[in-house]
Design a protein around this ligand. Structure first.
Ligand code: ADP
Length: 831
């Protein structure tokens, strides 16, 4: 729920604010008045209380003085009274009143009579003349002829006391003379206590001022000094020789406020609230009214804008509005709708006229929809064509709704839109869509055709490679065999040319195959643990004979600290190196080639191999293209050096697949320099060092039964010749079917199986032989197919080994000997 936010900072709340301020001021004033009245009451009550103390003290002191005055009167008649008589008189005076503690008479200002004597002996003989202060006090009494109430003073015997000094005169008339002084001592503490001034339960604090009866000029001698500074209630205590002031305030000082102001405040609060609530409510109502008026005005403006917008929209969008009274069948059209149908303003309109406009093919449906909507109510929509009076055809979309009118009848209201353009657009869109789908189909067909062509290309390459390798096998094999025989100088030269040319051709085929594999993304890098120095030296050593032939040096150096073992595809590394060093040897006539192996940025697995020669070099304008496929620096050079222009392309792709690349050194003056970078990894295990190449132990093949399945006559002849020096039993089959039959007859130890043969190919024949119940031979695939997939197919069919054409005699004999040895070992193991 959203709470309505009120804005309380509006003018409508002004009366409420003023009333609040007035109420606040009134409350403060009444609080003050309340406090003043309370203080006055308190002062009056304290004054009354204090008047009691005043009367009590005044009465007591004056009574005591009267008593002593009586004694003075007696003494003036008995100037020679002795101690005994004094005690007698003292007894009478003090005994009847406890305010006076003792009396002392000092004739000629020397104390000689004391009552009671006990405890006051030390005062006997005290001469007032000997003490300045006492003498001054005594003279004051003598000269004034009046009693003087002094003190309180500290007594010699301890405590403080008021001393009433009375002059004693003897004689009358001219004989009247000063006899001495009578002092009466009243203990101050006793006096204050006797009159309740020190009562701890008192609810007021009392102070007395007027030491030595000096009234307001005298010092304070009782109570806290602060009392007189705190606006106390003050009364006068009059004494025969002066006065004291007695002052009081409430205990702890005056309270700022009335003791319990809360009932009063509560009354004020309730009254204030009762007054303010109507003001506030009035403010709120006013504010709400203003808000509503504002909202109403805003709505009105919005409505105005909206209806204006609607008007414009209807006008611009060419929407015609219609109304239909179901009961009376009255039809109303607005001007726009008439325009859509091409109807003049004054022409009448009815349901039948409308029906007459509708295209005959759409009429029934359109009328049915309208009638159903009129019956069932609710919203309806339909689309139909109309034929305007001039024969023009338009597409109309109608939307309408049915509702009950106030008189209990049913009415319909709705709009018509001319959607001719939309319909045409839709038709065009559908057409375009069809065309697009057709195009898509064509594209899909083209894609399938392209894929088919791609497959065909791969197959063609495979076939071509196979078809070329098969005769090459014959040529190279025969040439190899021929070179073993005694030949004249000229014949040997011819033979060497045949062999070189065949090898060159084979290299071209291998390169083209490699490139097509790379382009098909099928070239795999297979990392293994290998010996780095051995791999690089091996590749370089392959080229030493040619370098020697050309009189070139070939130097290889390794940076210190390179790891012995690494993980990478050593075969591919060798391939790249053979290409780079091969090129260097090929394009150098004098001087030589330096090969330097080092690590990059201290990382022993990030290798850099520089191959630098002193040959013909590469011109800057040629440098940019030498890594492009089939690109050679110079056509003339090509003719003199041979090559396909694929070597660097393949090498550079291989290097980048091994995390590095090949770059041409810049600013090289003489000769060329290539830098090969490779990112390898640490070896995972211990590398199996290759066994030094061994000559085949041909004796092992004695008596072995070999079946050769090969359709090509030359190749059969070749294998026959290769095996000529071996005491083995060789049978030959020209296709798979013969091979299967011969296998059952002769039970061979080893089958050399060509892959592609007529009738039954090598794979099918192998599967058949593997399914037969006989001592299973070793089956070696003999194939001109060079793809990895071929090798996999052979192994999957049940073959044990894979020899690629063209077959080299040594390799063939070595493989056969190796396989035979392991076969014999197995047989032995099985007993
Ligand atoms: P090719 O098989 O033709 O040698 P490459 O791709 O290996 O193909 O080399 C492409 C071209 O780059 C060569 O034909 C040659 O023009 C040039 N080239 C490569 N290496 C050298 C080099 N060491 N010295 C001079 N030119 C070279």
């Amino acid at each position: 729920m959203r709470l309505k936010k009120y804005n309380y900072f509006q003018r409508v709340y002004l009366p409420f604010v003023i009333a609040s301020v007035v109420m606040l001021v009134g409350a403060v004033y009444s609080e003050r008045q309340n406090s003043i009245i309370h203080t006055q009451d308190l002062r009056n009550s304290i004054r009354n209380q204090l008047a009691g103390y005043q009367a009590s003290l005044e009465g007591a002191l004056n009574a005591d003085i009267q008593l002593v005055q009586g004694l003075v009167a007696v003494m003036s008649t008995e100037p020679d009274l002795n101690q005994e008589r004094f005690e007698q008189l003292g007894e009478m005076v003090i005994g009847s009143h406890s305010g006076i503690s003792h009396l002392a008479a000092a004739p000629d200002l020397v104390i000689s009579l004391i009552y009671p004597i006990k405890g006051n002996e030390r005062a006997l003989g005290l001469d007032y003349n000997k003490n300045d202060a006492q003498r001054r006090a005594a003279y004051k009494v003598r000269d004034s002829g009046q009693m003087v109430l002094a003190g309180p003073v500290n007594l010699v015997q301890g405590g403080s006391a008021f001393i009433g000094r009375f002059p004693v005169f003897i004689g009358t008339g001219d004989d009247r003379r000063f006899w001495g002084i009578l002092s009466s001592v009243m203990h101050a503490d006793k006096l204050f206590a006797a009159h309740g001034l020190t009562d701890p339960d008192l609810d007021i604090e009392i102070a007395l001022v007027g030491r030595d009866s000096m009234g307001p000029q005298g010092e304070q001698f009782f109570g806290e000094t602060a009392i007189f500074e705190d606006d106390p209630v003050v009364l006068d205590i009059s004494l025969p020789s002066g006065s004291w002031l007695i002052a009081a305030r409430p205990k702890g000082g005056w309270q700022a406020r009335a003791a319990n102001p809360w009932p009063w405040r509560l009354v004020m609060l309730v009254a204030g609230t009762l007054v303010l609530i109507p003001f506030f409510a009035a403010g709120r109502l006013s504010a709400a009214r203003k808000d509503i008026i504002k909202t109403l005005m805003r709505r009105e403006r919005q409505l105005e804008t909206l209806s204006r917008r609607l008007e414009v929209a209807v006008e611009v969008s060419k929407i015609g509005i219609w109304e239909y009274d179901v009961k009376t069948q009255e039809v109303i059209w607005d001007q726009l709708l008439r325009e859509i149908y091409g109807l003049e303003r004054q022409e009448p309109i009815s349901l039948d006229i409308w029906k007459g406009f509708i295209h005959p093919e759409d009429r029934d449906e359109a009328v049915k929809t309208l009638m159903r909507a009129a019956e069932e109510g609710g919203y309806h929509t339909s689309e139909y064509r109309i034929l305007q009076s001039d024969g023009n055809q338009r597409h109309i979309r109608t939307m309408g709704t049915t509702f009950k009118d106030g008189a209990g009848g049913m009415r319909m209201i709705g709009v018509n839109l001319d959607v001719t353009r939309d319909v045409h657009l839709r038709e065009k869109l559908i057409e375009a869509n069809h065309a697009l789908m057709q195009r898509n189909n064509e594209l899909e067909e083209a894609r399938i055709a392209a894929e088919r062509a791609d497959r065909a290309k791969t197959e063609f390459l495979a076939n071509m490679s196979h078809e070329i390798r098969t005769p090459m096998n014959g040529i190279i094999g025969m040439a190899d065999l021929m070179s073993e025989s005694n030949l004249g100088e000229g014949e040997r030269q011819y033979l060497d040319t045949i062999r070189d040319s065949s090898h060159a051709l084979l290299k071209i085929i291998n390169d083209i195959l490699d490139l097509s594999r790379m382009e098909a993304g099928k070239l795999a890098i297979s990392p293994v643990d290998f010996d780095l120095q051995r791999c690089i030296s091996g590749a370089v050593n392959l080229l030493r004979p040619r370098a020697r032939e050309k009189g070139l040096w070939l130097s290889l150096s390794f940076e210190e600290g390179l790891p012995g073992l690494m993980r990478g595809d050593d075969g591919r590394i060798r391939q790249v190196l053979v290409n780079l060093v091969g090129n260097a040897v090929k394009f150098t006539h004098s001087g030589g080639v330096d090969i330097r192996v080092s690590k990059v940025a201290g990382d022993p697995y990030h290798l850099q191999i520089e191959v630098e020669d002193t040959g013909i070099g590469i011109k800057p304008e040629q440098a940019a293209h030498i890594f492009d496929r089939f690109s050679q620096a110079d056509a003339a050079i090509t003719r003199s050096f041979g090559g396909t222009g694929l070597g660097l392309t393949i090498s550079s792709i291989l290097a980048s697949r091994m995390g590095g690349g090949i770059t041409l050194c810049e600013d090289k003056q003489d000769g060329a320099c290539f830098t090969l970078q490779l990112r390898l990894e640490p070896a995972e295990g211990v590398v199996q060092l290759e066994e030094p190449e061994q000559l085949p132990d041909i004796d092992r093949l004695d008596g072995v039964r070999i079946l050769l399945a090969e359709d090509n006559k030359t190749n059969r002849l070749l294998v026959r010749k290769y095996l000529a020096g071996i005491k083995c039993e060789l049978s030959e089959a020209e296709n798979g079917r013969e091979a299967i039959a011969l296998c059952q007859d002769m039970l061979p130890d080893i089958i050399l199986m060509d892959m592609s043969m007529p009738e039954i190919d090598g794979l099918a024949a192998t599967r058949e032989i593997r399914s037969m119940n006989l001592v299973q031979p070793i089956i070696v695939a003999l194939t001109a197919n060079a793809f990895d997939s071929d090798r996999e197919a052979c192994l999957a069919a049940g073959m044990d080994y894979f020899l690629q054409k063209p077959i080299n005699k040594t390799v063939l004999l070595q493989t056969l000997a190796m396989l035979r040895a392991s076969q014999l070992e197995q047989k032995q193991a099985l007993g």
